[in-house]
Design a protein. Structure first.
Length: 95
């Protein structure tokens, strides 16, 4: 009957070791909070605060879509001026 208590002890030790390993693993598990990591990274960046109005104004000035549209309008105005110019009377004088 001696092997049964040894088997029970072995099983108990394996269960305790597995429980201790799981407890140690959960104690070492670090849950990262992305928002706090982002806030910590932002805290180290030098600069000044940007208001919403300033951000909108900068976006309107530097937006490539808006600049492309403005260039298209200017090109259309130039083409219109060129086409009108062929039919405008011109007065020349030479003294």
């Amino acid at each position: 009957m001696r092997p049964v208590p040894n088997l029970a002890r072995t099983i108990a030790l394996v269960v305790l070791a597995a429980g201790a390993g799981a407890a140690g693993a959960s104690a070492q598990t670090v849950t990262a909070n992305p928002d706090s990591a982002f806030a910590a990274a932002l805290a180290h960046i030098r600069g000044e605060d940007l208001t919403l109005e300033d951000a909108i104004a900068a976006a309107l000035v530097h937006a490539t879509g808006i600049r492309e549209s403005e260039a298209g309008v200017r090109a259309a105005e130039g083409a219109l001026r060129r086409e009108r110019g062929g039919f405008d009377p011109v007065l020349f004088a030479d003294l």
